[in-house]
Design a protein around this ligand. Structure first.
Ligand code: UDP
Length: 327
């Protein structure tokens, strides 16, 4: 299938592109390179462009006979979204609306959307099931939920068939440790801890030690990037028969910030300074997934259920590429 991978030069998009190619599909990477890296997708057809540009997006969809769109081109930083909500509404909602309009004009109706556990806000029961109330507590989660609602109404009026995949914490490196996280600036926990282990930063800061969790630090559900990408392929296939799909994607197991730090220390064999600081605005204490719906309905299985091999793959990427991608 010819798939437009919007944001395909980013962390998740590049791993998805590689998987699509390995599975015999034809990924066309569509990216404005504001965040992504051309070097992350050396083997794919590449179109530099912006999904907020209606005419160019329609033209690209038609030119490559695109049959489905996977959309990874969102802004993803919770803290930044709290500080700059309008940028998040513009990029994550307005431009996604334009992308969906472009798909309509080009006659493309299959859409796989990167959603997030942040749509649930601060749920009171764990693990989280898909039917829990959606009450995002930060603009990032709210913008993702706004798109899910838009997709729901578009599917009701038979203009789109979609799968919304609610990621918990995507991490690790795919393609044997060659496609990893290279956000600039970096804000994610595992790559930041690895930078501390590599001596590239003075310390790792723990954002909050007074949460209502066993060790006082936030608990997250870390899911390997390739396991995450596998679910997209299964969801895409299921869209042949279904119009509206939504799934949690996580391992169902929570690790605290302190446990993640200890795992990086173990994997790297390095010690480094850990500094306890204030909470980061917008962070819920615990997010763990009940992904049984994806297992049951998609036949999804994971190859990396434990944190340590995930961290090993990330450690390989960062030590093999100490300066990230070469661009
Ligand atoms: N975190 C931290 N120090 C950092 C970066 C993140 O303590 O330097 C915490 C953050 O507050 C959250 C968890 O690590 O509880 C995971 O954060 P990340 O930004 O990686 O992902 P998120 O859960 O926001 O999607």
């Amino acid at each position: 299938m010819k798939v437009l991978v919007c944001g395909g030069a980013g962390y998740i998009g590049s791993n998805m592109t590689a998987l699509l190619a390995r599975e015999g599909h034809e990924p066309i990477v569509f990216d404005n390179l504001s965040k992504g890296h051309r070097a992350a997708v050396p083997e794919a057809e590449f179109v530099q462009g912006d999904f907020g540009d209606l005419d160019f997006t329609v033209e690209t969809l038609k030119k490559y006979d695109i049959e489905a769109v996977m959309h990874f081109a969102a802004f993803i930083e919770v803290g930044e979204s709290v500080a700059e909500p309008l940028r998040y509404y513009e990029n994550n909602v307005s431009k996604t609306r334009t992308l969906l309009e472009a798909m309509g004009k080009a006659g493309v109706d299959k859409f796989v959307f990167s959603s997030t556990a942040a749509v649930y806000g601060m749920p009171e029961t764990f693990p989280i099931t898909e039917d829990l109330v959606k009450a995002p507590i930060n603009p990032y989660g709210e913008t993702k939920w706004a798109v899910e609602r838009m997709l729901h109404f578009l599917s009701e009026s038979e203009q789109v068939r979609y799968a919304a995949l609610r990621y918990f914490n995507a991490c690790g490196a795919g393609s044997n440790g060659t496609r990893g996280e290279d956000h600039r600036p970096e804000s994610h926990l595992i790559p930041l801890i690895i930078q501390a282990a590599m001596g590239k930063r003075d310390n790792i800061k723990i954002f909050g030690t007074d949460y209502p969790t066993d060790d006082g630090t936030c608990v997250r559900d870390y899911i390997h990037i390739e396991d995450l990408c596998k679910a997209h392929l299964l969801a895409l296939k299921k869209l042949d028969a279904e119009r509206e799909l939504y799934y949690n994607l996580g391992n169902g197991k929570g690790y605290s910030v302190r446990q993640v730090i200890d795992t990086v220390k173990r994997v790297s064999g390095k010690d480094f300074t850990v500094v306890e600081t204030d909470r980061r605005p917008g962070d819920p204490p615990v997010l763990t997934a009940d992904a049984s719906k994806a297992h049951k309905e998609l036949g999804w299985t994971t190859d990396f259920p434990e944190l340590e091999p995930i961290v090993e793959s990330a450690w390989k990427f960062h030590t093999d590429n100490p300066n990230g991608y070469a661009d």
